[in-house]
Ligand binder design. Structure first.
Ligand code: AMP
Length: 564
């Protein structure tokens, strides 16, 4: 493996990145930096946010600037203002110990006059959103004819946002460039078209391609009915007490609604979406970055420029249509060598899309049961205990009050004190979850909790459960309780995934969540009963219990009967 020094980076840049804690180059940096430093080849690099792509183009870009020439020598195009600011800051950090390169960020929503003044005072590099840079070109406030290098950062997002015309205009204005470097998380046809139009035999670098999804990210999903999605979100969040996460919604309206509900319910959350003014967006981002916010609810577009490396969880409130978008979202966690979890809260109808993402991105999802009230309470309790254990004590500050505190608590035993301290926060969760129903699809309802008409219709529309025909029954010594024990204790099938079990004389009918069908089948078919191999088949017809087809179908689709 080549280290940064061997790549030929200048001493000043090496010092800059060492101060940032970069020790070894990331894979994209290993591949891009030598090419970008030593040749004028065009580059197409497939790289997601979080792979270290900014330094991959930023370091060679800086090294190839001639500070004594006071004109624009390089342009970096970014889809959003946030990314512009981020890239500009990163470049400034790399050059902390270098000569003064002048890097100017230009984007909409800020004073164009100030930006023009900054450019005219001798900008070497412009980091721009395409729209604003076109404005500057039209006003003839900037000349790109002496630009040597152009970088397109997050090219797929830029084209998604409708910047193709602007990108064309800018590339034409910078026609004397020696090279074009294109970075993109995905490679749809529109991005390919840019490479085909403007590049000559580019060096193609594929890091974090679909086949190489980030192994540090665990993918999990939870299924509930549409009307329980918000409750499921709350449970998942409550069951992860230290969460620092991004919640992705599909639309601005949904983003606002979810953030408002969460704030109302006492969560440390806020929304980031396109309807906010630039200063509001900056404020929200600042609070999130400084961890004053625990949860940021965002649309894909608004979240684009977010560069926070220690996000613990990404939560997909529903799934995006495109697998690439999912991978991009998930890539906000598991960064810089940390582990991350990408959680999806979905309805039964969306499960198909999980399978599609699995196939396309070559990743595996684990289906998890939505935590029950008691489970949430237990996790919170142990989090409280952990916090008490790790609590930093400001001895000097608290000392003056201690005699009075000891006096007030004198008659309580150690056990009583522990109970009371642990209960201060815990009681809140206990009160909230005291009567909470199990909202897993296929779970039991609380007594007297009848399904609404809408719920019945939803259940009928979903294929959450499948009936299985098993070729052994009473005659073979099969008993319901033994079968259940086998499923739950041996095959680890969650109770909520098991529906009706009907052991007949010669066979058994078992309703099971489709997600666990394969496990049940594989487990049972490994058994012999009286020398006969167990066979498990999907039972989609009326033949086994003689019910007419439509009547039977109706029964299948009903909320499963509680067993325990
Ligand atoms: P990027 O993909 O450019 O958004 O970078 C993702 C994060 O990784 C940023 O917070 C960088 O500061 C960090 N980073 C980039 N390169 C390295 C490296 N070689 N070693 C450690 N951290 C890095």
């Amino acid at each position: 493996m080549t280290d940064f020094k061997e790549m030929g980076l200048s001493e000043a840049l090496l010092q800059g990145i060492a101060a940032l804690g970069f020790e070894t180059p990331t894979p994209i940096q290993q591949q891009v930096i030598p090419v970008a430093l030593q040749s004028d080849d065009d580059i197409v690099a497939l790289a997601q946010t979080g792979t270290g792509k900014t330094a991959a183009f930023g370091l060679p870009l800086l090294q190839r600037i001639r500070p004594e020439d006071k004109h624009v020598q390089a342009v970096v195009l970014c889809p959003t203002r946030e990314l512009c600011v981020q890239v500009t800051n990163d470049l400034a950090n790399y050059t902390r110990f270098a000569e003064r390169y002048k890097v100017v960020a230009v984007y909409g929503g800020a004073s164009i006059e100030t930006q023009i003044r900054q450019i005219r005072s001798g900008a070497h590099i412009i980091v721009a959103t395409p729209g604003r840079l076109v404005d500057l070109l039209v006003r003839q406030a900037v000349a790109l004819d002496k630009v040597s290098r152009v970088v397109l950062d997050e090219a797929d997002e830029m084209l998604n946002m409708g910047f193709r015309d602007a990108v064309d205009l800018i590339l034409e204005a910078a026609e004397n460039r020696q090279s074009l470097w294109l970075f993109s998380a995905t490679m749809p046809d529109e991005v390919r078209a840019i490479a085909d139009t403007y590049m000559r035999k580019p060096v193609e670098i594929g890091v974090a391609t679909r086949q190489q999804a980030n192994a540090d990210i665990e993918h999990a999903y939870y299924i509930c009915r549409p009307e329980h999605r918000y409750d499921a979100l709350k449970r998942v969040v409550d069951a992860h007490p230290g969460i620092y996460g991004l919640v992705f919604c599909r639309t601005r309206a949904e983003t606002k609604e979810i953030a408002e509900q969460m704030i109302r319910d006492g969560y440390n959350a806020d929304a980031l979406h396109g309807d906010l003014s630039q200063s509001d967006r900056d404020r929200v981002m600042q609070r999130f970055r400084e961890r004053h916010l625990q949860l940021l609810v965002a649309t894909d577009v608004a979240a684009r420029g977010i560069d926070v490396s220690d996000i613990s969880h990404v939560i997909n409130y529903g799934l995006p249509d495109e697998p690439e978008v999912y991978i991009h979202r998930a890539g906000r966690t598991g960064r810089a060598g940390r582990k991350g979890v990408s959680i999806s809260i979905i309805t039964p109808k969306m499960e198909e899309r999980i399978r599609l993402i699995e196939r396309r991105a070559r990743i595996t999802f684990a289906r998890k049961p939505i935590p029950t009230g008691p489970e949430v309470c237990e996790r919170q309790l142990f989090h409280i205990i952990q916090n008490i254990r790790e609590q930093e004590v400001q001895r000097d500050q608290i000392a003056p009050f201690l005699p009075q505190i000891f006096e007030a608590l004198r008659d309580l035993s150690k056990e009583e004190l522990i109970e009371r301290f642990a209960s201060t926060e815990f009681n809140r969760f206990l009160a909230y979850y005291r009567n909470a129903a199990d909202i897993n699809v296929g779970s039991h309802r609380q007594r007297g909790d009848r399904p609404s008409h809408g719920e019945r219709a939803q259940a009928a529309g979903s294929a959450a459960q499948q009936r299985l025909f098993i070729n052994v029954g009473h005659m073979d010594g099969i008993q319901k309780k033994d079968l259940l024990s086998l499923l739950i204790n041996e095959f680890r099938i969650p109770k909520h995934a098991i529906g009706k079990v009907d052991v007949k004389r010669t066979h058994t009918l078992l309703d099971i969540d489709v997600a666990f069908m394969r496990d049940v089948r594989r487990g049972l078919e490994a058994f012999d009963v009286n020398g006969r191999r167990i066979r498990v088949n999907e039972d989609n017809g009326p033949s086994h219990d003689k019910a007419p087809r439509d009547k039977k179908k109706k029964r299948h689709s009903k909320t499963p009967v509680a067993l325990f």
